[in-house]
Write a protein that binds this ligand. Structure first.
Ligand code: SAJ
Length: 425
């Protein structure tokens, strides 16, 4: 095997599962993280990330002796950079973690190494930023070492499965680098391996998430138009999607998570004059929490002192992740309007919130005038309106996802206002 040892930089959502998967396929793996707390947690046989199956995979990797962790890189045959690329306040990519990870590899590089960047990055990061840093080693990219970009594409909740089964795109700075990347990842990837150049691979990742963002923005704009024309957008989307070549996504209170709400900005930053549509879609989706609050105000009048039970806080249903959650932004905006908020989410972790957080639906609604569904977790989709009516004085329900059947809820005494549907519905 050409690459028998691998050093993975960044023990987060991608780096940790990747390191363990290499370890379970017999490679000698060193996992590196700059956060000593994370290293302690891992060494104690625990994990700092909620992901099905991850804990046992980590424990097994340590037990087998194939995985060790540390605060600095060690010499290895291959290095994988899987650190975060957060976004700055001005919507530019913060590449400081990528830069410092690349710099930390330099003293350990030797001829024949493969270095792969996995972090989502603006186009040309691999060739324009990472390559010059690595060449400070005195070694030449393409001559003395291989360099590639290979994006992660796994869905939280299914990471261990998708890591192995998804198609993997590997972009080399030259053909030999792409081939070297294929040799490394083929150790565990069962999906198709698509070889290309580094900048194309960076674009692929950004295009995937931008495609989804733009299509959600379109659905959100359709919801606004539908309300304007007195049309129920959910019915309209369902009818339009019967066209064989149309697949409109779902409107909602906005786009959250650490990927789709962030990655399109990397294209905008790189070429603002060419990315007008991408930027516009981002702003449509970013305005959506405000749109929800305006909708409530149109329906209820002033929101000051109104007692609202907020259901759902995570960035999407049936996950426990609150990063960039539009639901939390709605809560903040409502609090600014002076509303009295009680929030319930069966999955979200403790987070700073401008609302009282309670641990049951009963407590959330017990004094409410309005029930607001922001995240359609299964348990919240399945609320029985007749039972709810006995728990709350509220008789107005706002549904941002059209999951509560309006007829059934009306029968139970609720006036349901659905995002994207006319007021009278
Ligand atoms: N959303 C809508 N309407 C929809 C679909 C989603 O409003 O019809 C919202 C969700 O509620 C959520 C946000 O969009 O707030 C993003 O959710 P998501 O399920 O679309 O995507 P993520 O962020 O969980 O994962 C995405 C995936 N990318 C694509 O589907 C193109 C995943 O494969 C990537 O690996 C991940 O980003 C990533 O790490 O980049």
């Amino acid at each position: 095997m050409k690459f028998a040892s691998v050093c993975v930089l960044g023990m987060g959502y991608i780096g940790l599962p990747t390191a363990c998967t290499f370890a379970s396929h017999g490679l000698r793996v060193t996992g590196v993280d700059v956060n000593p707390r994370i290293l302690d947690v891992l060494r104690n046989g625990e994990v700092h990330i909620e992901e099905p199956g991850l804990k046992s995979v980590v424990q097994e990797a340590f037990r087998s002796g194939h995985l060790r962790v540390g605060s600095a890189p060690v010499p290895a045959d291959a290095f994988i950079i899987a650190v975060p690329t957060p976004i700055n306040a001005d919507k530019t990519a913060d590449l400081s973690f990528v830069v410092s990870a690349a710099e930390s590899i330099v003293p350990h590089m030797r001829p024949g190494n493969l270095i792969v960047l996995e972090s989502t990055s603006p186009p040309r990061t691999t060739v324009d930023i990472v390559r010059p840093i690595l060449q400070r080693s005195g070694l030449r990219a393409g001559q003395d070492f291989y360099l590639a970009y290979s994006p992660e594409r796994v869905l939280p909740g299914q990471i261990l499965h998708e890591l192995v089964e998804n198609a993997r795109v590997i972009g080399g700075i030259d053909t030999a680098s792409a081939e070297a990347g294929k040799e490394l990842y083929s150790v565990f990837v069962r999906g198709e391996v698509v070889l290309t150049d580094a900048t194309t691979a960076e674009m692929v990742k950004l295009m995937e998430n931008t495609y989804r963002d733009v299509n959600i923005a379109l659905a959100n704009e359709f919801a606004r138009l539908a309300e304007h024309f007195g049309v129920d957008v959910w019915q309209a989307i369902s009818a339009a999607n019967r066209h064989p070549r149309v697949k409109i996504l779902k409107p909602g209170p906005g786009v959250g998570g650490h990927c789709i709400s962030v990655d399109p900005w990397f294209l905008v930053e790189a070429a603002p004059e060419l990315a007008g549509l991408v930027a516009k879609a981002r702003s449509v989706n970013d305005e959506q929490p405000r749109y929800v609050v305006d909708l409530l105000r149109r329906e209820l009048g002033s929101l000051a002192q109104r007692r609202i039970a907020v259901l759902g806080l995570t960035y999407k249903p049936d996950v426990d992740d609150v990063r960039e959650s539009p639901a939390i932004e709605v809560v903040q905006l409502l609090a600014q309007e002076g509303a009295q908020l009680t929030a319930f989410d069966p999955l979200a972790p403790q987070v700073a919130l401008s609302a009282e957080r309670v641990d049951s639906l009963e407590r959330a609604v017990s004094r409410a005038e309005v029930v607001l569904l922001l995240v359609p977790h299964q348990a919240l989709r399945e609320i029985d309106p007749a039972q709810l009516a006995s728990l709350t004085p509220a008789r107005v329900a706002f549904d941002c996802h059209s999951v509560w059947d309006r007829t059934t809820w009306a029968r139970a005494g609720f006036r349901v206002r659905t995002l994207g549907a006319p007021s009278a519905a």
